[in-house]
Each structure stands twice: as structure tokens, then as C-alpha cells.
Design a protein around this ligand. Structure first.
Ligand code: ZN
Length: 134
């Protein structure tokens, strides 16, 4: 199983988790995970630990992509339009963009609850995706 991006998410059984970083000094959480200085401009913390992020959130915005993005993105041939959602994660409030699986753009609404899942990109590697909350 190949991940589209190493270190940004993990799949354990059926559960997909995004991996963020939390500052030990102020508790700020960010995604994607990073090292070094805390992203909070009012904090001088440098101790960031990788933490799994909440698996659910609410739609902040959404759209569909009816034209293939440019390279290096590998589009399916023929291109199949994809739905994209920006989802505000529960508890931490970070907005994370992802492809939507199993829902069309007509079915999405701002504020709708979605749950993290995964699926393959057109060229094979797995990536996190947003799906209907169970
Ligand atoms: Zn901090």
C-alpha cells in the first residue's frame, strides 16, 4: 500500500487519521505536521509532537473540479470530475482540503458533517478523502 504523501496520514484497519503537530508549550495544532518553530506567532515553542487529528469535521466550503489539474497531478483518462471539500476538523478547528468520496457537489452543504476515509488517486497511491459521516 503506497501513500500519496508519507507522514501526513495513517491508515489503521478501517480508520484513517490525519497526522498533525502540537506545540508542547502552547497547545497549537497544525496540519500538515512540521518540525521546528511553533506556527503560533505569539509562541517561541520549538517542541512539536506528531498527533493524530479528529476524524470528523464540518464542511467549510466545497467545489468540484471539472477539468484535470496540471502536472505533476496524474489525472484519470478519460478525466473523471472530482468533488473537493474544505472541512473544519472537530475540536482543533483546522480546515483540511480533500477529495470527497461517494458524494456529489449537489449533495454537499456548508456545515454538513463528514468523516475521514481514504481512496486511491488516479495513478494508484492512497490518500485521505472525505466521506459521508457514519
Ligand atoms: Zn506554541
Amino acid at each position: 500500500m503506497t501513500y500519496a504523501i508519507e507522514g501526513w496520514f495513517a491508515i489503521e484497519g478501517d480508520a484513517v487519521r490525519l497526522l498533525g503537530a502540537r506545540c508542547a508549550a502552547c497547545g497549537t495544532v497544525c496540519f500538515p505536521p512540521r518540525r521546528g518553530l511553533c506556527p503560533n506567532p505569539r509562541c517561541a515553542g520549538e517542541d512539536l509532537e506528531v498527533v493524530p487529528l479528529p476524524r470528523r469535521g464540518r464542511v467549510w466550503s466545497y467545489t468540484n473540479a471539472c477539468y484535470p489539474p496540471p502536472a505533476p497531478y496524474v489525472a484519470a483518462r478519460p478525466y473523471v470530475p472530482v468533488t473537493l471539500a474544505a472541512v473544519e476538523l472537530d475540536e482543533v478547528g483546522i480546515v483540511v482540503l480533500g477529495q470527497v468520496k461517494g458524494l456529489t457537489v449537489e449533495e454537499l452543504q456548508v456545515g454538513m458533517e463528514l468523516e475521514l476515509t481514504s481512496g486511491p488517486l488516479a495513478d494508484g497511491p492512497l490518500v485521505w478523502m472525505w466521506g459521508r459521516a457514519s
